[in-house]
Ligand binder design. Structure first.
Ligand code: PLP
Length: 390
């Protein structure tokens, strides 16, 4: 019987892959696609609620009618997929983000893949924060050069490691990549100090703004006029902007380089017109109405103040942003905590290892402009009950 079962697995699905899935199940970290979403959203990245704004959909539709009447870019950008609405979108993005140029990618994942794999030539080195997003790590794996991590947000560690590599390889191009707001911890580095280290050592700084955009402008996180000293920026539009896609911001030369060498830009069908139109409409909406941004900032303060009132702060990773993470060690324990809150209609997700390091499993609370103060109070009161009673 056992033998028969084994054969069946072998015949329809490789045994090695079966074992990998079984291991996940055993470790209580098997991923499955959710089909139920509790009422109160504390998990999506739609921080400003733009994903549901009807006027963005309508304006995008109007733009499509005015500027483009096709459903697809029809080919990659370098073949026949370069159309005027896409170029117009890039010009608007460059102005919005105060950058010389913008180059659109189909997602932030692909932008990081295409940027990092293409700059990490044989004679280059990239230093990345140890908590860098998977898209950054995957991009580095595709490069030919070497990459080294530095301790999370530790500028002194970064400086020491740069010095060591420069003494061994004096002519190597060195890049440093970090995130303005980290997706899992919600904290951010001292970007001015990192930029200063890069300037002192002739390294090139790259900042991934996936979770800070458009809530915390990079210009405001840096000292005056420092924006132009950043080599490359990654902005994504599927989170705070509420649509889809991404762009790499930087100089004309960087854009030309990516158009020539970035494989996730070159070997794929260009962004569809409806994506370009949505990107423009969402950015114009942000410019015209800053109410949601104020609501979000008030909600972040409210969340942090209730957290302190309930004396929960020592469970949380210190963060001033809309991402607030409560560490509950162990995949099983953190899943139980998430289930407890979800039963009460609070959509709070457990982030388990290996997505985060073992022992750092957490409930990640994503705060939005549309969460109302009573929801915020209620979710934290329920969390307090869970932490004391279970
Ligand atoms: C830091 C960071 N960079 C890039 C991405 C990928 O962006 P996208 O969802 O547009 O592929 C993410 C997504 O979670 C992220 O957290």
């Amino acid at each position: 019987m056992e033998e028969k079962k084994q054969k069946k697995i072998n015949g329809s699905f490789p045994l090695q892959l079966h074992h990998k899935l079984a291991e996940r199940k055993k470790n209580k970290n098997l991923r499955t696609l959710p089909d139920y979403f509790p009422k109160y959203d504390f998990s999506s990245n739609d921080y400003l609620g733009f994903a549901k704004v009807k006027s963005i959909t309508e304006k995008a539709h109007d733009l499509l009618k005015e500027e483009s009447n096709i459903n697809s870019a029809t080919s990659s950008r370098l073949i026949r997929g370069n159309y005027s609405l896409l170029e117009k979108t890039e010009r608007e993005l460059a102005a919005f983000y105060q950058s010389e140029t913008a180059l659109i990618f189909n997602s932030g994942y692909l932008a990081n893949l295409g940027l990092l794999s293409s700059i990490l030539t044989k004679d280059a080195i990239v230093f990345y924060d140890e908590l860098a997003h998977a898209s950054i790590r995957d991009g580095l794996q595709l490069g030919y050069g070497r990459s080294y991590k530095f301790q999370h947000n530790q500028v002194a560690d970064l400086a020491k490691k740069i010095k060591l590599q420069q003494s061994k390889h004096p002519n190597t191009a060195i890049y440093v990549i970090t995130e303005a707001i980290f997706s899992m911890d919600g904290d951010g580095p001292n970007l001015n100090e990192i930029l200063q280290v890069c300037k002192n050592t002739n390294c090139y700084l790259i900042v991934d703004e996936a979770h800070s955009n458009p809530i915390f402008k990079l210009k405001d996180l840096l000292s005056e006029h420092a924006l132009n000293d950043v080599f490359a920026r990654i902005v994504t539009f599927g989170k705070g902007i509420g649509v889809h896609g991404a762009a790499i911001l930087g100089s004309e030369k960087l854009k030309a380089y990516l158009v020539n060498f970035s494989r996730s830009f070159i070997y794929t069908t260009a962004a569809a017109p409806h994506m370009a139109a949505s990107i423009i409409a969402a950015h114009r909406h942000f410019e015209a109405d800053k109410n949601q941004l104020s609501f979000l900032k008030e909600n972040i303060s409210q969340f942090r103040s209730v957290m302190h009132q309930l004396n929960l702060q020592h469970y949380f990773i210190e963060s001033y942003s809309q991402i607030q993470s409560c560490v509950i060690k162990g995949n099983e324990k953190v899943s139980q905590a998430a289930a407890f809150l979800q039963e009460k209609e609070f959509d709070v997700r457990a982030i388990k290892s290996p997505t985060v390091p073992q022992g750092k499993e957490r409930l990640r609370f994503c705060i939005h402009s549309f969460n109302n103060p009573s929801e915020i109070e209620a979710v934290l009161k329920n969390l307090a009950v869970y932490l004391t009673d279970y």
